[in-house]
Design a protein around this ligand. Structure first.
Ligand SMILES: C[S@@+](CC[C@H](N)C(=O)[O-])C[C@H]1O[C@@H](n2cnc3c(N)ncnc32)[C@H](O)[C@@H]1O
Length: 291
């Protein structure tokens, strides 16, 4: 049975998790705490959570399914995500195994810790569980031949995953407004399993304001937004294909990961998947203030 927010907040483990999360600023691209881990893993956030697969949770939010640097291999990270039930489909497991996260985190950062990591320019690479969750939510809209847009593509990790899923007949487009991150993301992708798709033109990353989408390759079957918008940007709704799905964090301090479905008749339905914390989808100037 799902726990209430009040009940969760009353457990010492939850309080500790929240205190840790706010002290360590781990709240970028994360969600509610996990079920207890297998005994061999140390997890600071081990309180019982609401059923996050079913989560229209009011509970805000954390963040790490495991901590510590003990996970040394991408495959082991994916296996943990499977253990925790964050990865549920073969397709998502496969693509996360193929696209090694280590190629996308800055040198010196532990690649397989379940936490967002700074990538410079007041931006982060999202936590592995958040990448996995978004891939699971979009998996039916990332079939071979489909078009996918990754707004706020940062390191290029998810854009690469999208490209692998939609394949050479499809289109994966990243839009990021920091040109230096675009350049780094292209270098990252060139080292990854998605390199041939970049070379062949099925994958591209562009510098631009992602709030405007990328009309050239619209309409999109799948749109992922990797930063929190105050509201759903209209151009993104317009560029979503009938039958398509967008996953987007919306809000300021309190944010919900929203799943936006455009029906075949063009009508829109929106539901809250979970409470999350992302960096804002904003202007370049606002993001770089104080950097
Ligand atoms: C949490 S990071 C996620 C990056 C990516 N999903 C990853 O894991 O590498 C959010 C990204 O959104 C970018 N961003 C914020 N506002 C944007 C905007 N208006 N247009 C394009 N990118 C934006 C930031 O620069 C940052 O790279």
């Amino acid at each position: 049975m799902p726990h209430t927010t009040a009940a969760l907040l009353s457990t010492p483990a939850t309080a500790a998790a929240l205190a840790f999360s706010s002290r360590h600023n781990l709240c970028r691209g994360g969600r509610i705490p996990p079920p207890p881990p297998p005994p061999s893993f140390s997890a600071l956030f081990c309180c019982q959570s609401p059923d996050f697969h079913n989560s229209s949770s009011l509970f805000s939010s954390m963040e790490s399914f495991w901590t510590g640097r003990g996970i040394m291999k991408n495959k082991a990270m994916v296996e943990l995500l499977l253990t925790y039930g964050v990865v549920r489909s073969k397709k998502v497991a496969q693509v996360m195994e193929q696209v090694d996260r280590a190629l996308f985190v800055p040198e010196g950062s532990p690649p397989y810790v379940d936490s967002p990591m700074p990538i410079g320019y007041n931006a982060t690479i999202s936590a592995p569980h958040m990448h996995a969750s978004c891939l699971e939510l979009l998996t039916n809209h990332l079939q071979p031949g489909m078009h996918a847009l990754d707004v706020g593509s940062g390191t290029g990790y998810l854009t690469a995953c999208f490209a692998m899923m939609v394949g050479p007949q499809g289109r994966a487009v990243g839009v990021e407004h920091i040109p230096e991150l675009v350049a780094t993301s292209i270098q990252n992708i060139e080292k990854s399993a998605a390199a041939p798709l970049l070379k062949g033109g099925a994958l591209s990353v562009h510098t631009g304001d992602g709030r405007l989408g990328w009309p050239e390759h619209a309409p999109y079957d799948a749109i992922h937004v990797g930063a929190a918008a105050p509201e759903i940007p209209k151009p993104l709704l317009e560029q979503l294909k009938p039958g398509g799905r967008m996953v987007i964090p919306v809000g300021n301090i309190f944010q919900d990961l929203k799943v936006v479905d455009k029906q075949l008749d063009g009508s829109i339905s929106v539901r809250n998947e979970s409470s999350v914390r992302y960096v804002p989808l904003t202007s370049r100037d606002a993001q770089l203030r104080g950097f």
